[in-house]
Design a protein around this ligand. Structure first.
Ligand SMILES: O=C(O)CCC(=O)C(=O)O
Ligand SMILES: [Fe+2]
Length: 156
């Protein structure tokens, strides 16, 4: 059950997630392994990410991946709905978002021709959105300049 009124009404919302020095130094060092470990802990009950998302809806577990897209080899993603997950999120860890072109998150009711688009967000911004369970789908467009780094994840 969704508990956040803004998420309920708007289907996709943007919040600021508190990033600490540890995350920022791991990012600068491109230490993806340790960064992944950090979020494995953060997404467990009592962890910072779990507790951050908890007020928004009822869920039991979180999974994540570190998704990196960079020009020029990047390609458009495909429309998808995150399957049986009840919520999707995309936490930007993009350090130079002003120099990053493309990498839009596109979001729409399944099969609609029009979509809502959100350019690559600054580091610390988290987009939280409804999945196919609620009749929505999303995709990420190709990064045509720069590099986009996000923690993409799902609540179940
Ligand atoms: O890269 C993103 O912002 C979202 C990625 C995504 O939708 C997914 O991995 O399911
Ligand atoms: Fe997704």
């Amino acid at each position: 059950m969704i508990k956040d009124q803004e998420l309920e009404n708007n289907h996709i919302i943007e919040r600021q997630f508190p990033l600490n020095e540890e995350i920022i130094s791991l990012l600068k060092a491109e230490n993806w392994r340790e960064l992944d470990q950090y979020f494995l802990k953060a997404e467990k009950p009592g962890g910072v990410l779990f507790d951050f998302l908890k007020p928004l809806l009822d869920f039991e577990s979180i999974e994540h991946i570190i998704a990196i897209r960079s020009a020029p080899e990047d390609e458009d993603g495909i429309w998808h709905d995150d399957g049986s997950r009840i919520l999707g999120f995309s936490l930007s860890l993009t350090q130079n978002h002003a120099q990053t072109v493309g990498g839009e998150l596109r979001f729409r009711p399944k099969g609609a021709s029009d979509y809502h688009k959100i350019a690559t967000r600054p580091m610390g911004t988290i987009l939280i959105f409804k999945t196919g369970i609620y009749g929505f789908e999303h995709m990420v467009s190709a990064v045509t300049e720069g590099k986009r780094v996000v923690i993409a994840g799902w609540c179940s």
